[in-house]
Structures are given as structure tokens and as C-alpha cells.
Design a protein around this ligand. Structure first.
Ligand code: 5IU
Length: 261
């Protein structure tokens, strides 16, 4: 099955340009770690990105929480992405009709499409959300992840909702590279969606607001996901960011090596 294949092999087989790039990078850099940097200061975001840069395949941002956002932040993130060889994922969670998300993706203060290699969207509005985002993103060689599941307790994205999300993705394989989900969702011959999983922690079981953590071994090994997304486990209060980044990188990679043939 595809989960037994190496990232490098999947890069070769992939029909989605961004998945190919992502799998290539993961194989080359030997990391399936994405760090989620939820901080509100530009300087802090850049500092953490520079520190974790050598250990990650993907930097996940929430650009709208940065209080002193400016275009220089974008320039610096792009520079760090080049310096350390990682991609950038703006976790925007678009959820509106096609015509509105076109504008939210391309315009406003953040102009997400101009710098984020990857973004994501809720399937809740129906397929128009993909059509809208694709019209902006595909010409720029961007990729989209659909939110098929969430890590938080009581999430409504389950069952037939998750199934319908997979069907939507299948109709847009040029732009939809995969899913945010807690496990691999499909193993059809001839298709390979990348799976990225938030809600990963080695020390805690969750937080006080519904977040639930599982270990890299559960997520990558048992559940067949491809990328672990880790936030506070790495940059949380009192943590040594570099030490934790290495620790999660090693745990994610060991789980991956344990599952490939
Ligand atoms: N995130 C989740 N769960 C989800 C989705 C996104 O936690 O289902 I979709 C985001 C929220 C935060 C990061 O930016 O992933 C996880 O951060 P912590 O590792 O600090 O919980």
C-alpha cells in the first residue's frame, strides 16, 4: 500500500505538483515535521522560524494573529524558507463562497496567495470554494488541503462529511494536494493524497479548550498520516525550541521509518 512507500517514491509517482515538491523535500531533508507558530509578534515568528528551519519541511502560520504584520515579514519568511528549504502553509481555513474566497486569498492586507505555498479550506460551502481558490492558486503553483477532520474534541467533521470531502478532493486533484486529518483517508490505486495532522504532542494529552494530542507514533505509524504538525509542544512556555524541534523531528522520522517497507 501507499503508506509503505517512501516519500521519495511517492514524489516520483505524484501527479500533483506541490505534493511532489513536498515529498521530495521531506525525503531529502529527512523530516516530516511541520511547526505551527501561533505567536503574535513578527520578531518572535521570525526567530522561531529561523531556529526550527533546519528541522522542518513546512512552516505553518496564522498570519492574522501577528499584531505588527507588514510586508517585510513576508519577505523575511520567504528568505528563511529559501535559506532552510521549507515550504510555507498559511492555515487560513477558508470557509466562504467561491467569489469571496478568491478575494480573501488574493487580496486584503495579507495577499496570502502571493507567498503561502499551501493553504487550506473547509469543504462546508461545497465545491465552489475549491473552484474559487483554484482560480487564484493554480496559476501560482499553489496547493490546497481540505479540512476533512479536526483534532479538537466534538469536531463535526466526521463520517459522511469526511467522506464527501474526499470525493470533492478527487474532482480537483490538480489543486487539492491532500487533507488535514488525523489519519490516512483513502488508499485507492493511482491516487495519493498527502495527510497532515495537527494535535500532536509527546508530553501532554491536550489543553483546556478541547485540543487533543496523540504521539507521532500513533499519527504516522498507526494512522498512516504523513506530516505531524506541532505547535506548543515545541515553542511553549519554558521550552528549548531547538531541542524540542529536533526531538519531534526524530520522533516523526522514526515513526515513518517504522512503517515503510
Ligand atoms: N489546528 C489544530 N487542529 C486542527 C486544525 C488545525 O490544532 O484540527 I484543521 C491548528 C491550530 C494550531 C495548531 O495552529 O494546529 C496546533 O497547535 P498546538 O500543537 O499548539 O496545539
Amino acid at each position: 500500500s501507499i503508506v509503505r512507500k517512501s516519500y521519495g517514491e511517492r514524489a516520483k509517482l505524484s501527479t500533483n505538483d506541490l505534493s511532489k515538491k513536498m515529498f521530495d523535500l521531506m525525503e531529502k531533508k529527512q523530516t516530516n515535521l511541520s511547526v505551527a507558530v501561533d505567536v503574535t509578534k513578527k520578531r518572535e515568528l521570525i526567530e522561531i522560524a529561523d531556529k526550527v528551519g533546519p528541522y522542518i519541511c513546512l512552516l505553518k502560520t496564522h498570519i492574522d494573529i501577528v499584531e505588527d504584520f507588514d510586508n517585510d515579514l513576508v519577505e523575511q519568511l520567504k528568505r528563511l524558507a529559501k535559506k532552510h528549504n521549507f515550504l510555507i502553509f498559511e492555515d487560513r481555513k477558508f470557509a466562504d463562497i467561491g467569489s469571496t474566497v478568491q478575494l480573501q486569498y488574493s487580496s486584503g492586507i495579507y495577499k496570502i496567495a502571493s507567498w503561502a505555498d499551501i493553504t487550506n479550506a473547509h469543504p462546508i460551502p461545497g465545491e465552489g470554494i475549491i473552484t474559487g481558490l483554484k482560480s487564484i492558486g493554480l496559476p501560482l503553483n499553489r496547493g490546497l488541503l481540505l479540512l476533512a477532520e479536526m483534532s479538537s474534541a466534538g469536531s463535526l467533521a466526521t463520517g459522511s462529511y469526511t467522506d464527501a470531502t474526499i470525493s470533492m478532493a478527487r474532482r480537483h486533484k490538480d489543486f487539492v494536494m491532500g487533507f488535514v486529518a488525523g489519519r490516512r483517508l483513502s488508499d485507492r490505486e493511482g491516487e495519493d493524497f498527502i495527510t497532515m495532522s495537527p494535535g500532536v504532542g509527546l508530553d501532554d494529552k491536550g489543553d483546556s479548550m478541547g485540543q487533543q494530542y496523540r504521539t507521532p507514533k500513533e499519527v504516522i505509524g498507526a494512522c498512516g498520516s504523513d506530516v505531524i504538525i506541532v505547535g506548543r509542544g515545541i515553542y511553549g512556555k519554558g521550552k528549548d525550541v531547538v531541542k524540542e524541534a529536533k526531538r519531534y523531528r526524530d520522533a516523526g522520522w522514526a515513526a515513518y521509518l517504522g512503517r515503510i517497507e
